[in-house]
Ligand binder design. Sequence first.
Ligand code: HEC
Length: 143
Amino acid sequence: MKIFKQLPKYAVVGVILLGLVLAVSKFFDNDKPTALVDVRVPELSALATRGERAFNANCAQCHGKNAAGTDKGPALVHQIYNPGHHGDQAFVIAAKQGVRAHHWTFGNMPPLPLVSGAQIAAIVKYVRELQAANGIVTKPHRM
Ligand code: HEC
């Protein structure tokens, strides 16, 4: 039957169409921030290494290994959290008071009163070193 002879042609056209649809949807997706990111891990300073330990113990369950995000919390290695938009104080406040969901749809972050100020300072250093290694640097706050 003729239709069978043409089947490969339909398959090729189908694959091309599918590719186009995927490419277009990916293009429009770019506006939405993605919570999960690929993180390049730099060589960490001593303070940041301590921060990594505290982060893994207290934050990684939601913010992910290397602060790359999970389905429970956003990546902190993300342009939204560049030092100009979320200064170091944002980390102190987040741990002390928790965070009301406002950038994402993960829900609220609970307060973490057991994390000390020294631990937070180390965590901030850790996250900033990860951010810098991934091209996330201070940008003025424009939101
Ligand atoms: C139970 C899950 C959970 C844990 C544990 C957690 N976070 Fe979060 N965190 C979240 C979620 C969810 C958000 C995003 C809220 C939003 O903006 O929608 C968030 C947001 C933040 C923000 C952004 C604050 C802002 O002003 O927008 C910082 C900074 C932060 N977390 C740091 C930390 C640090 C540091 C730790 C560990 C000491 C930690 N988080 C532990 C869930 C968590």
